[in-house]
Design a protein around this ligand. Sequence first.
Ligand code: HEC
Ligand code: HEC
Ligand code: HEC
Ligand code: HEC
Ligand code: HEC
Length: 164
Amino acid sequence: MRMSIILGSLLFWGLSAFAASNTCIECHTDELDKPFKHKAAVEDCSSCHDPDHEVRTGHPYRLYEATNKLCLKCHEFRPGFPSYGNASVGHPIDGHPTSRMKDPLHPEREFNCISCHNPHSSKMETLFRYDYSKNSVYQGHLCAVCHWNIIFVGEPPTPPPWHQ
Ligand code: HEC
Ligand code: HEC
Ligand code: HEC
Ligand code: HEC
Ligand code: HEC
């Protein structure tokens, strides 16, 4: 028992001393295991997470900021569509809403950048979170993942799981 406490303390000391990604993925093996990888996560996990497992940052998963604020440290945004209010954050490409509502697929979550992007790695280009490929139920239509009825008729399928 005592031995494992000592090992545990050494482990946490080790984590705060070496914050580089490659030490993190020794244990967190799933984060970068998909083909399209976020450059920020490959380079340094601690650009978004406090590396010290005992620290509480006031945000879930020891993130330094609320998710959108974190992403917008490095990425541009546009003003949102007027119907969502001037303060809403629009997508860097087309102004699509990125805040101020619930995630339609996972209503227990806020809608934000990671409702569409995996912050670590993904099977799909541009880190899109869900598989919408031709062989999937969405038949290649990315937008249909949330806006089913712009492409298909009838009831939408069961929402895909958060972790793919
Ligand atoms: C020796 C193994 C190990 C290493 C190395 C490691 N972690 Fe962890 N990490 C864990 C374990 C076990 C948990 C789950 C228990 C916990 O929350 O402390 C965890 C949890 C987490 C969580 C989730 C916390 C939560 O609130 O659920 C994040 C984020 C995280 N680690 C990030 C990192 C980062 C960033 C690094 C590199 C700086 C890192 N980890 C290195 C083992 C490790
Ligand atoms: C660009 C910012 C960013 C970087 C860099 C980043 N993460 Fe994360 N990570 C996030 C966000 C945002 C979440 C929260 C997901 C949520 O709300 O469910 C998260 C969640 C996690 C979790 C909790 C489980 C999960 O996947 O939801 C772990 C563990 C984790 N990250 C580990 C890592 C490791 C290891 C690295 C480096 C390889 C890393 N992160 C780099 C933003 C980042
Ligand atoms: C520390 C800086 C940093 C942070 C924070 C950050 N990113 Fe990035 N992101 C990058 C870099 C660097 C690239 C690669 C740009 C390039 O290759 O031109 C990138 C690329 C991307 C891409 C394009 C990937 C591709 O393959 O085309 C997406 C999508 C993305 N980031 C989403 C996010 C999201 C979502 C968040 C918040 C969870 C976030 N980023 C936070 C630095 C960051
Ligand atoms: C409704 C889904 C959705 C949300 C929410 C979303 N994105 Fe995207 N994002 C996309 C799609 C789809 C693409 C690919 C667009 C394309 O290639 O034309 C993309 C592309 C990107 C790129 C790559 C740009 C490039 O030049 O290749 C970055 C960076 C990015 N998003 C950042 C963000 C950030 C930051 C947020 C939160 C403020 C965010 N995204 C929220 C769907 C979304
Ligand atoms: C992860 C879910 C998600 C994906 C994927 C997604 N959207 Fe959205 N979209 C939303 C949410 C949430 C809203 C805001 C609430 C609403 O109007 O349903 C929205 C709103 C919109 C609006 C504004 C509607 C209005 O009444 O103002 C348009 C236009 C739109 N999306 C187009 C697209 C297009 C085009 C794509 C594919 C590139 C796409 N969306 C992908 C979730 C998503």
